[in-house]
Design a binder for this molecule. Sequence first.
Ligand code: GLC
Length: 468
Amino acid sequence: MADFGYDVADYCDVDPIFGTLADLDRLVVAAHDRGVRVLLDWVPNHTSDQHDWFVESRSARENPKRDWYIWRDPAPGGGPPNNWVGAFLKGPAWTFDQATGQYYLHLFLPQQPDLNWDNPEVVAAMHDVLRFWLDRGVDGFRVDVVHGIGKDATFPDDPADLVARRVHHSSINDTEVSHELIRGLRRVVDAYPGDRVLVGEVYLLDTTKVARYYGQGDELHLAFNFPPLYTPWDAPQWRHRIVEADTEFEPIDAWPTWVLSNHDNVRHRTRYGTEARARAAAVLLLTLRGTPFLYQGEELGLENAVIPPDRVVDPGGRDGSRAPIPWTREPPHGWPGAGPWLPFPPQPGTNSAEVRRDDPASILHVYRRLLAARAASPALQLGSLRLLDTPDGVVGYERSLQSGGDDDRRVVLVNFVAEPVDVTEQSEQTEHGRLVVDLASDGAGEGRPFSGRLGPDQAVILRPSQLC
Ligand code: GLC
């Protein structure tokens, strides 16, 4: 738990603080009974320093598992073998082992030694780990820092300017070797029946590079594309991200992903500043072309928690977005006994699942209506995307899909400014009759003809009236 589970000591078991393997088996069956698939977060780049493999590896240079990790002699003048920076602590990505006189590599914390994927025994052992879980019926994996697993065999220094800015090596590690290794993972998964999926965390903030991790349809099924997550609430910048995704993913037949929040970043409700924007952002997330990823709690409009210094637990500074869900209105908000491990996000009563559920005007119900709107529209699920000419401050697009004589269309308009905007012209660009408000981020006018005016930070989904 040095990195809250991203330091695995046993790949084929469940940490007792969460339960047992039998519990997991029951969870998978119960989810499947409800039509829900289960993906596990698989961490192939590194283990815990308490994993038996590493305990053996560090025990002696002659140990058969020595080469399962990346050990190097000190640089000629002493010190780490190269200048790579580790994530979180921003110190060297190498730690010296006094007993055996060598450094081991860790792109993250010293407690997270990197596996040596150049060793075929490691590849085979890790493929067996995938099979262990696939055999138990899991539907796939979110593959942690998957672009990190292949290393340049010459271990060259990183550019000095990046090192001076403490840019950690894991955010720039991008080698051909990883692609070859990912093709191997894909073959393991593809050998199983049913739809099993590999979703890769490719933490390279460059959409062109991310797209390459889909290979020729023989690498990842889906790769997280994080640049939009780092994009502020600004129409031109978002338009750029949408065009970029289309340009990079569509020609290679790769299916995009969209993420606004996760356990490593400040929640978008906090980054964007207001609930109105968080609601409009949800419309973007669930109507752009691709697979949306929702982070627990965003459907309640949760903000980052404020963590007092004496409650900090994560060396990576990410506690604020990992604060617990307030389930009920009254304290302890569904967390009896010792209470949760981190403080609650602001206004836990108002933002509790209980209160949001009981209020049909709440953000939770915007998410529910969005999911229903998506489920009801083949165009929103699978259709093409065409950007519309929109006034400054507004992003608009049409999603459409023709199949078997059926023509399904939706127009999405998102106002990124805190003033009303007239979009009469845009709502007429589709020439498909009058448009009706299918969904509005603030609920206004749903089911009625579109007025041609967007409210401040409002987003709408419009549908042709003949489809009513
Ligand atoms: C990924 C995870 C992050 C973790 C890191 C190291 O970036 O999302 O939470 O700390 O990998 O495993």
